[in-house]
Write a protein that binds this ligand. Sequence first.
Ligand code: NAD
Length: 393
Amino acid sequence: MKIEPKIRGFICTTAHPAGCRQNVKNQIDYVKRQEKTDGPQRVLVIGCSTGYGLASRIACAFSCGAGTLGVMFEKPASGTRTATAGWYNTAAFEEFAAADGLYAETINGDAFSAEIKRQTVERIRAGMGQVDCIIYSLAAPRRTLADGTTVSSVLKTTGGVFTNKTIDLKTGAVLEATVPAATEQEIADTVKVMGGEDWMDWIRTLKEAGVLADHVVTAAYSYIGPELTHPIYLNGSIGRAKQDLYETSRKISENFPGVKAYLSVNKALVTQSSAAIPVVPLYISLLYRVMKEKGLHEGCIEQMYRLCHDRLFQETPPADAEGRIRLDDWEMRPDVQAEVARRWAEICTENVNELADIDGYWQDFYQMFGFRLDGVDYSADADPAAAIPSMAR
Ligand code: NAD
């Protein structure tokens, strides 16, 4: 069948297998063109199928030569319904890893659950023995707790109502978005979902099972951003969860000798998760334009290669005063932010295409789902059923 993009709100409900494969291949090719990294050899990536987690897996595998076990929450194709992009990405990743003789296996299920943690331990024992690096890159809208109740994360402020510019990506109109304040319960729930508790549970489970190597590095990802996004991000409900994630990095390092835990503050990029945040997509389109003009633009793979090669696997990773790894260093450069702020003040529906990189935003958006990639024949019939090798065995 021919597979076309079907956009609903801020997601695309279809994905193209050949396009996702190309997208993964492009990222692998990028890493292969860079200098190799002396890094871990047995890596667990939690949230391995899209965005920063997929790029981390690619960087560890193809720059460090690591075997990887991935955990993800994706859907296979059913009938004429395509699989999710993360499913196709993972099928392609395993294919390319095998071609280079790299161990790669994947577990599909709810990473928050005890059952998936148990399966992961078993799979590590059988495949790699132990792990020496754990990347925690989950971005989830909800979490089912051990007692069966489900809590959801919200993208709201923690102060008062916040109004700022946003873009209606469908029409290209610049509008005002009003973001309500989260209740105390909503903040607590967001911290449950996106905070550090589950990261800590993973480390404890792996330690108790004896599958952590003597020296382990673990990282989770965060965002800070400029003042204009602070009410919705840094000081919003998600920011509270990220603060908790940061505190968890300190606790993990303190409580588990031999484990070094880091929070890496990454650049704002188009991913399935960031597209859902009000105000942020307009900021990202402005940022892309400014950073491209200055020759500073990076995507997930450039960021994650830098994380592997220049930061995380150094004896003492370069970090800020609070011990956080900063990959948002170029995004936060004063000249970049001054230009973004200048344009932000001026931007409106009439000049949005001049001041911001709306085309670049859409390009990344479509490419996340395997569309609009060079080298893919979209007029050819595509088979939506793609098997992930390690799950088909
Ligand atoms: P993403 O949506 O592309 O990836 C999320 C991953 O989590 C996917 O692999 C998905 O399968 C997996 N996942 C979700 N729920 C799961 C569950 N219950 N069980 C198992 N796997 C599950 O998101 P992303 O933007 O790459 O975000 C990853 C991390 O990076 C998040 O912590 C996010 O806050 C952070 N971050 C993102 C940005 C950005 O601009 N996108 C910037 C800085 C930091």
